[in-house]
Design a protein around this ligand. Structure first.
Ligand SMILES: NC(=O)c1ccc[n+]([C@@H]2O[C@H](COP(=O)([O-])OP(=O)(O)OC[C@H]3O[C@@H](n4cnc5c(N)ncnc54)[C@H](O)[C@@H]3O)[C@@H](O)[C@H]2O)c1
Length: 318
């Protein structure tokens, strides 16, 4: 735990808010989950307990009962913000919902309270537009789904976000075992979604152009670059790809041949109609009669193992 933060409000307790709540409670924080109805909160509460169990049963946390004892729920924003030090907001992805919420939180919460938004693609400058008092305390903290099993959190400060807000959020994220990165300027999609979308366009296009099946595109990524990317990012991969000359040799010599591939690759910015049905048919064929629940369970089993293998030791605070 860090000195300045003891109590956290998870405003919005859907899929993402539930992941946050589990991580904060397991790491010793008092957590108040807030949402619009008691029904949503009761469903959220049991899902958070299930995430806590999963993490503890797999050696990624301790003491389920103590963590569960730190959780509470409320439908009142005012109650949720009472006595908190840090807010993680995970409400619907809409400026029409987030903007008035941030204005209201700005009125209700004492000045020192930081607001971190889970938004997948909105920029903090836009979200914080109507914060009249302390817009410097709001920042994007974009997690990846499933939030309790994927360590990355992208911090994207808005035009008015203070250095202190960024630094505190960074420390809080590290303290709950996340791996934060900080953007130097605001861009839609942050870092990792932009890279994912560039890859996704090419994956869709390869199928659309009849180059490979959906199954083989997925297999090529999983068995090739994917297994390496779990360990190193593209820069380090190519540093090693340059042999003895490292990145410099790769950039000045080998890398130049890639411009021929780039000329031949997809450049569209609106998904062509021809792509859509092929993607749907290809995935349905690949998945067969496996349910979404079965696929999620399979994914989570290996995400848990990878978390332990790659991210729990020195950086892990589970
Ligand atoms: N789903 C993902 O894969 C993913 C990943 C990273 C980030 N995000 C971002 O996280 C945020 C939440 O996404 P989600 O997938 O959890 O959505 P969700 O629909 O599962 O949950 C949103 C919750 O917010 C509640 N809510 C809506 N307005 C509210 C308000 N004014 N006050 C309190 N609660 C309110 C809803 O009742 C709902 O329970 C979005 O900004 C989304 O872009 C989603």
């Amino acid at each position: 735990m860090i000195d300045e933060v003891k109590r956290v409000a998870c405003v919005g307790s859907g899929l993402v808010g539930q992941g946050w709540a589990a991580l904060f409670a397991l790491n010793g924080y008092e957590v108040v989950m807030q949402d619009l109805t008691d029904e949503k909160l009761s469903e959220a509460y049991s899902r958070v307990l299930s995430h806590i169990s999963t993490l503890v049963d797999n050696g990624l946390g301790k003491d389920k009962e103590a963590a569960a004892g730190r959780l509470s729920t409320t439908t009142s924003l005012e109650t949720a913000l009472k006595g908190v030090d840090f807010v993680v907001e995970s409400v619907f992805e809409s400026l029409d919902v987030k903007r008035p919420l941030y204005a209201e939180m700005d009125r209700l919460a004492p000045r020192k309270v930081v607001f971190a938004s889970s938004t997948s693609g909105l920029m903090m400058t836009a979200i914080a537009r109507d914060m009249k008092q302390h817009p410097e305390r709001a920042i994007v903290a974009h997690p990846w789904n499933p939030v309790h099993l994927v360590p990355l959190v992208e911090l994207s400060p808005g035009e008015k976000t203070s250095k202190e807000t960024t630094e505190l959020t960074y420390r809080v994220m590290e303290d709950i075992g996340r791996v934060p990165v900080v953007l130097k300027k605001e861009v839609p999609g942050f870092i990792a979604n932009r890279i994912s979308v560039a890859l996704w366009r090419e994956a869709l296009d390869l199928v659309d152009q009849g180059v490979a099946s959906v199954e083989d595109v997925d297999k090529a990524i999983r068995a090739g670059p994917g297994i390496r990317w779990a360990i190193m990012g593209p820069y380090l991969v190519y540093h090693l790809g340059g042999g003895k000359g490292g990145i410099e040799y790769l950039m000045r010599h080998i890398g130049t041949s890639k411009s021929e591939w780039l000329k031949n690759m997809a450049k569209w910015t609106e998904t062509p109609d021809s792509v859509v049905q092929k993607a749907i048919d290809g995935v349905n064929e690949m998945v067969g009669d496996k349910s979404l629940e079965e696929l999620e369970a399979w994914r989570d089993k290996y995400l848990l193992a990878l978390n332990k293998l790659l991210w729990s030791g020195e950086s892990g605070v589970y």
